[in-house]
Design a protein around this ligand. Structure first.
Ligand code: PXG
Length: 300
């Protein structure tokens, strides 16, 4: 495994970040999780854009250009020779001192890890999953905009712990007004009378790349869509419900807080979107040039 750390490819043992890095001390940094399907990096430009937007909002200057980061990402995938993979881009504030002031951090750290993540078992795409509502509200937009994909996931992790304790894999997170925001690492959608709905981002959701892809697919299929306010009542009484995310892709939801959704089976419209998404994910994307990068890595 070769990991990009501040411009150099390192082995897993060599790849190290300082304990004084504010990403470690304070969760001060941002990240992206990206998939590679059959040698295509899915929506890399969108992920890079989101990363630079997160950086802008937290006033973090990424020390390389978008073009350089894009190329470094493609080259790191190629250097690892993986045609199907998960990429983790991490930009942290960099090494500083024991005070929180980022002015004392010298240079942001840039890390690109190319590996795999544990995905939902394929069987769950046929059976669907159950959710519970978390008692932990999503961090309000006024405190920390959830559109920032920050290194501080405690809010979501607390909700994930609750889901696990309830014996399910994901939790619905509400905002402080009791509106549905999203799940711990996924956006959420419902179908009702043919209309496809998802919480508006201002209700406290990450601007998911998969979410955007699903809204595009819906438009192409002539499915009406609405981004707005949704309550639990809307989810419980949905015809179909599903999650979207880089890891989950499109995951059917069959139960929420013990209430069956629709007929308690993955919905036909959801499964059709999943099928179309799986076609699109291998066709679209930035192609990895494996031989070129392997040669560059060999040159050191
Ligand atoms: N909401 C949150 C809070 C997320 O963290 C999504 C929605 C879906 O966004 P995308 O762009 O992926 O469609 C996420 C994504 C992980 C992991 O390691 C988490 C995410 C993505 C990939 C891996 O658990 N979060």
């Amino acid at each position: 495994m070769l990991i990009y750390v501040d411009g150099k490819l390192k082995t897993k043992d060599q790849a190290k970040i300082s304990v004084f890095d504010h990403g470690f001390l304070y969760g001060d940094g941002i990240f992206e999780g990206i998939r590679v399907y059959e040698g295509n990096v899915f929506r890399l430009a969108e992920h890079i854009d989101r990363l630079y937007e997160s950086a802008k909002t937290i006033a973090l200057r990424i020390p390389i250009t978008r073009e350089e980061l894009t190329q470094a990402t493609l080259d790191t995938v190629a250097a690892n020779g993986l045609r199907n993979a998960y990429i983790r881009l991490v930009i942290s504030r960099g090494p500083g001192d024991l005070g929180i002031d980022p002015a004392n951090c010298s240079e942001p750290s840039v890390v690109i890890i190319v590996g795999t993540i544990k995905l939902y078992p394929e069987e769950l795409y046929r059976t669907g999953i159950a959710l519970v509502t978390s008692s932990v509200p999503r961090i309000p937009t006024q405190c920390l905009d959830p559109r920032i994909k920050s290194l501080n996931y405690l809010n979501n992790i607390m909700a994930k712990i609750e889901a696990r304790q309830a014996g399910v894999l994901e939790a619905v997170m509400l905002n402080l007004n009791g509106r549905v925001a999203e799940c711990t690492a996924d956006n959420i959608f419902r179908f009702k009378n043919g209309l496809l709905e998802t919480p508006d981002l201002m209700h406290g959701a990450l601007a998911g790349i998969t979410r955007a892809a699903v809204l595009e697919l819906a438009a192409r299929n002539g499915i009406r869509t609405r981004e707005g306010a949704l309550g639990l009542h809307d989810l419980y009484n949905a015809d179909e419900c599903f999650l979207t995310g880089t890891g989950a892709e499109i995951m059917p939801v069959i139960k929420i807080d013990g209430r069956e959704i629709g007929d308690g089976k993955p919905g036909a419209k959801t499964l059709d979107l999943l099928r179309q998404f799986r076609e699109l994910r291998v066709r679209e994307g930035s192609r990895v040039d494996y031989p070129r990068a392997a040669a560059a890595a060999a040159e050191g």
